[in-house]
Design a protein around this ligand. Structure first.
Ligand code: FER
Length: 277
């Protein structure tokens, strides 16, 4: 067992050395967020002529985390193409602080702003070429934050299966099949085996997702699976249609996790971001 462990640690050191030998680095970061510390993984690409690089802030969905396959693949693919990125856990998710029950769309926006501010401080990041990318609830945060900050601060965005239905359905007292009384909000509702607190419901109900996101004038790309049951594709199309520069990509027969045509989805993301940042 001991020998195995020491072998493993040698392997890890070698792995890290080979990563830095070709000029790429992966590092861990802890950032003060809305409900305590946020844990993040930063991908630094090989810099071209030592110049700062474009950078993408990557956001997971409801009950998700920064280490999901899709998000790791995106970070690695961007890194290969000279684009840096950060993946992080929102409050109440993964390794970050905060009880899940206190998580709201509003405090996730605050988390994303804290992460943005932290990565802007990195001297190898080109602050004029920052993009946002999010999956599902993270895609909703992407649109809301881009609408608030504008194209001067956010050069381009990618929304993967963005959950515009959260606010639309909450107004009607529904959340992924769970019903509640909008006039008399409960302390919490159970969604996907997680306690979603009243503050989440309140924020979702008052949130004008499409109005806010539609203020964004930069380049936007929305990718959605045609067989997504958690967030039907029409909600994604509505985001794309609302942007001044919205690109819409429908993945045939794909689901919420965009697994079926993964290589094609990744290709669309890289092409769009390399051409937009
Ligand atoms: C909802 C619709 C979609 C909802 C959450 C989602 C909490 C998000 C799913 C995801 O991020 O994968 O009504 O309520």
């Amino acid at each position: 067992m001991r020998r195995m462990l020491s072998r493993l640690s040698v392997l890890m050191v070698v792995g890290m050395m080979s990563l830095s030998a070709c000029g790429q680095k992966i590092s861990l970061m802890t950032i003060e967020g809305s409900k305590g510390r946020l844990k993040a993984v930063v991908h630094q690409p090989k810099l071209r002529n030592g110049k700062p690089c474009p950078f993408v802030v990557i956001m997971h969905g409801f009950t998700g985390n920064k280490n999901e396959n899709l998000l790791v693949q995106i970070s690695e693919g961007l890194q290969e193409r000279g684009i840096g990125s950060v993946r992080f856990d929102f409050n109440g998710h993964g390794e970050s602080d905060g009880p899940f029950e206190e998580m709201t769309i509003g405090n996730e926006i605050a988390d994303a702003k804290a992460v943005l501010a932290a990565v802007r401080q990195l001297d190898w990041v080109d602050s004029r070429r920052i993009g946002l990318l999010g999956h599902s609830q993270g895609g909703l945060i992407t649109g809301l934050l881009a609408g608030e900050l504008g194209a001067a601060q956010i050069k381009a965005i990618v929304q993967l299966a963005p959950a515009g239905n959260i606010s639309e359905m909450a107004k009607q007292g529904e959340m992924l099949g769970t019903r509640f009384d909008v006039e008399n909000l409960p302390e919490y509702v159970m969604v996907w085996n997680h306690k979603v607190g009243r503050p989440y419901l309140e924020y979702a109900i008052q949130c004008d997702a499409y109005g806010m996101a539609g203020k964004y004038k930069g380049r936007a790309c929305v990718i959605h699976g045609s067989k997504d049951t958690a967030v039907p594709w029409e909600y994604g199309k509505r985001f794309a249609d609302g942007y001044a520069q919205g690109k819409w990509v429908l993945m045939p027969d794909d689901g919420h996790g965009l697994r079926k045509h993964r290589a094609q989805t990744l290709g669309e993301i890289y092409k769009f971001l390399a051409g937009s940042l």
